[in-house]
Design a protein around this ligand. Structure first.
Ligand SMILES: Cc1cc2nc3c(=O)[nH]c(=O)nc-3n(C[C@H](O)[C@H](O)[C@H](O)COP(=O)(O)OP(=O)(O)OC[C@H]3O[C@@H](n4cnc5c(N)ncnc54)[C@H](O)[C@@H]3O)c2cc1C
Length: 368
């Protein structure tokens, strides 16, 4: 079975793919959305930076933050470069508070808003540029499109075959969600906390529903064996923290299952656009979550990429080149900021994790 030729195919149903589809819907374009419905419960990545507000306004999606499963991120606590905990209260910052999301709900809500696009709920199996069209296969069917937007996340399914991939590090995340012991009578502080240790850094944040999200960021070869198989390994790792472990113990959060492992490496492709294609979100540039800008980048690139794709279909490739240049500038700005922030932690300068970040040399890599 085959559809007519779509103007644009969007690959991937995360935030970047949804943002692209929402933008394209406004222009009335004929969009083919190839995106498996795989929003799993317990997605990591819940801190939405304040900069996302105007981007959501543009997409007509700001109201999604009103749900009671999300909460304002007022209080950020940080022990980075010092053992004492510093408080950074959002009310004293001009940009205002970010939002602590129930990430799975937010991703699903944004995808539902974009549901006007013709969606094939299956992964893309094949994409080939032939005779001036993208020939696509998904869910056992064949499709054609004049332009392709790759929003397939870190996989960069199509873009990585048409551009060069770069990698600055191997950062990995152990992540889990902890329930509070029902016997506990402590009301946990609605805060987010960052703390460094010799092997990397920890992040913990209280979600609106009372669960605690707990992340440990390190390099794969520095993680203890069996960390993803045995919950007691995470408990003993927390022994080297001063604040995170105490927060968990005092509030009675339970560690009764081992954490999951995800890549959190800084990777990007360059250029992020080419003939009849462009990449958005993590497919274009995936950042160390220290920045808390993964979701804002997905929203911005999704919307900007859609505009550039439409211009290209109208015969103007200027916005496409401009888009690729803006992504490259964003990557460079992030790499500079990343180096500055890691340099603020001087206590573990000889430890491999921190040594690698002080070198901060991005390596060209074609490996995904
Ligand atoms: C541990 C961790 C913590 C993080 N914390 C934060 C945070 O606090 N704040 C923040 O802003 N960001 C954070 N991030 C980053 C943020 O989650 C990502 O930047 C964001 O999800 C990128 O969205 P995306 O739509 O580009 O990619 P994704 O969310 O990865 O979506 C890609 C989609 O493409 C689909 N796909 C893949 N292959 C194919 C295919 N062949 N065909 C069709 N579809 C395909 C996938 O199924 C998926 O649905 C964190 C990341 C990690 C790993």
């Amino acid at each position: 079975m085959s559809f007519d030729v779509a103007a644009i195919a969007v690959i991937g149903g995360g935030i970047a793919g949804s943002a692209a589809c929402l933008s394209l819907a406004r222009s009335g374009s004929d969009v083919l959305w190839i995106a498996p419905e795989d929003t799993p419960a317990g997605r990591p990545g819940e801190h939405l930076a304040p900069a996302a507000g105007p981007l959501l306004d543009d997409l007509g999606a700001r109201h999604l933050l009103d749900r009671s499963c999300h909460r304002p991120a007022q209080t950020m606590l940080s022990a980075w470069g010092q053992s004492r905990l510093a408080t950074r209260d959002a009310v004293v910052h001009l940009e205002g508070a970010g939002t602590v999301l129930d990430r799975s709900v937010f991703d699903a809500d944004l995808a539902a808003l974009a549901a006007g696009a013709r969606r094939i709920a299956a992964p893309l199996e094949r994409a080939q540029w032939r005779d001036g069209l993208w020939q696509l296969q998904a869910g056992g069917q064949s499709f054609s499109a004049r332009f392709l937007i790759d929003a397939s996340g870190r996989a960069a399914t199509v873009a990585s075959l048409h551009s060069s991939r770069f990698r600055a590090d191997q950062l990995a995340a152990l992540y889990t969600f902890l329930d509070q012991d029902p016997q506990s009578d402590v009301a946990p502080t609605p805060a987010s906390l960052v703390e460094t240790v010799a092997e990397g850094w920890w992040y913990a944040a209280l979600l609106a529903d009372g669960r605690l999200v707990l992340n440990h960021f390190s390099d794969p070869n520095l993680l203890p064996r069996h960390a993803t198989r045995d919950a007691s390994v995470l408990t003993s790792m927390l022994g080297s923290t001063r604040h995170v472990g105490r927060w968990i113990a005092e509030a009675g959060f339970l560690i009764d299952a081992p954490p999951a492992l995800a890549s959190a490496a800084t990777t990007w492709i360059a250029p992020a656009a080419g003939k009849a294609w462009l990449a958005v979100g993590d497919a274009a540039a995936a950042f160390d979550p220290l920045s808390s800008h993964g979701m804002t980048t997905a929203l911005w690139t999704g919307a900007r990429g859609a505009t550039a794709a439409l211009a290209s279909l109208d015969g103007d490739d200027g916005p496409l080149a401009d888009y690729a240049a803006r992504v490259a500038d964003g990557v460079q700005a992030f790499l500079d900021a990343r180096q500055r922030i890691y340099a603020l932690e001087g206590r573990f300068a000889e430890a491999p994790f921190w040594l690698r970040r002080s070198a901060a040399a991005a390596q060209d890599s074609t490996q995904p």
